[in-house]
Ligand binder design. Structure first.
Ligand code: ATP
Ligand code: MG
Length: 415
């Protein structure tokens, strides 16, 4: 993409009321737009990064057998009354409204109820199980505080997966598979080193749920981390009994602030019993389906990467989620030769299928460099009268700062 065509502009200052580093940087670099607190739009650069994160999650969900769907945000109150989750006294973050005829509808903050209900039309016998279903879908939550940028939105994208199994053993087997898939996802998006499998409260059907918590001061959660064993315990459940059960000792633990980037949960038969999702076993006996739910917020993941992969100059994306792989920068020269060479280099990179942001704008070198630092594309290639005099391009790695010269003829093959 030619930067002269990109409609977004970088800016020196984020909005005055923005307090989160992730949103500050992403707004300044033109990735997102703030509509109001906790409500953000994704602009071309931001959407590219969000879609890369979504792509990685989708690959890993498909790899464990997930089937992708897309459910509605608008919800009929009936299913939620059956599980006792319609009342504002029980769930305090509902956004609700009414149809013209006065019927109540809610904007879904999660999807256990509608999916369980939907599955009644499709799951009948033990032969129909196991099934796992997932979606990328907009959730609405009237969050009390929305001060963490895109880490805590009032409208946000969630990948939510739900599993349906005949028995507890099959459920546990799938639960372990999701654990593995989540570990791979956080590794691939560049959060592997900072993300810990964390024991958290389990609800009524299992002792624990598991959170994937990424250590950063921007986090709203407090966890206790055993760095050697690579596990953690959420402060919510930290007791001597739990530590013993998990097999860690207090003196090995460090208290850390962290962001919950993912969450996996055994639901047992809570939803299947309330909504009548049953199957017939091999003897023809009717039994409630065993369920699990597994969430990740792609926007929250993006905000968390922005928090931990950035410096005083701007964003520093890992290659796997960067909006472009290369930032090609042509510095102005009167003869027009640099521009011509850069146009050719841009075409050569594109022919190789490499995603390039090409800074072909008529602005100063200083402005181009500071914008490039802010936008944070991993690899920068600079062409100037000086470099083309040596038939070379200057390369600089945004992540390591490593710089070098490369023959122009080799740029497309160097990546
Ligand atoms: P939290 O404890 O942070 O409020 P939660 O436990 O309510 O989150 P879940 O309902 O389990 O979150 O949602 C699944 C995933 O969706 C979370 O792990 C997180 O990645 C993401 N998520 C939850 N709430 C938000 C939000 N307000 N904005 C962005 N992502 C969110
Ligand atoms: Mg939570």
């Amino acid at each position: 993409m030619r930067q002269s065509h990109l409609f977004t502009k970088t800016r020196r200052e984020a909005p005055k009321d923005e307090v989160a580093k992730n949103a500050e940087l992403l707004i300044r670099a033109g990735y997102i737009h703030k509509e109001m607190a906790g409500v953000y739009s994704y602009l071309p650069l931001g959407l590219r990064t969000l879609n890369k994160i979504i792509g990685i999650i989708r690959e890993e969900m498909d790899a464990i057998g997930g089937q992708e769907v897309h459910l509605t945000a608008l919800q009929d109150r009936k299913a939620w009354e059956a599980t006792h989750r319609w009342g504002d006294d029980v769930v305090d973050n509902w956004f609700k409204t009414k149809l013209k005829n006065g019927q109540d509808v809610g904007l879904a903050f999660t999807h256990e109820e509608p999916l369980t209900q939907l599955m009644r039309d499709h799951l009948r016998s033990f032969r129909d199980l196991p099934v796992s279903v997932y979606q990328f879908q907009t959730k609405f939550r009237n969050e009390e505080r929305a001060k963490s940028g895109i880490i805590r939105g009032r409208e946000f994208l969630m990948k939510d997966m739900y599993s349906f199994d005949a028995d507890e053993r099959a459920h546990q087997e799938f639960y372990e598979k999701v654990k593995g898939a989540y570990a791979r996802i956080f590794e691939r998006v560049g959060l592997g080193d900072a993300t810990f499998l964390t024991f958290a409260s389990g609800g009524s059907f299992s002792r624990y749920s598991h959170e994937f918590q990424t250590i950063t001061d921007a986090g709203e959660d407090t966890i206790y981390v055993d760095k050697i064993k690579k596990i953690a315990v959420n402060k919510e459940v930290l007791t001597d009994e739990v530590l013993k059960d998990v097999g860690i000792v207090r003196s090995d633990l460090a208290e850390k602030k962290a962001v919950e980037v993912g969450n996996i949960f055994s639901l047992g038969t809570r939803f299947s019993e309330a909504l009548g999702l049953n199957y017939k076993d091999a003897e023809g006996k009717s039994k409630p389906v065993i369920m699990g739910s597994y969430g990740i917020g792609p926007g929250r993941v993006m905000g968390t990467i922005a928090e931990i992969r950035s410096d005083d100059k701007g964003l520093v994306w890992p290659e796997s989620v960067a909006p472009f792989a290369v930032h090609l920068i042509a510095l102005y020269d009167e003869s027009g030769r640099v521009k011509q060479t850069a146009d050719e280099a841009y075409a050569a990179l594109r022919r190789k299928g490499i995603e390039v942001l090409y800074d072909d704008r008529d602005v100063s070198a200083g402005e181009k460099f500071s914008d490039a630092d802010l936008i944070g594309i991993p690899m920068r290639y600079v062409l100037s009268a000086r470099t083309i005099g040596q038939a070379s391009i200057e390369s600089k790695d945004r992540r390591t700062g490593e710089a070098g010269m490369l023959p122009i003829s080799r740029i497309a093959s160097s990546l």
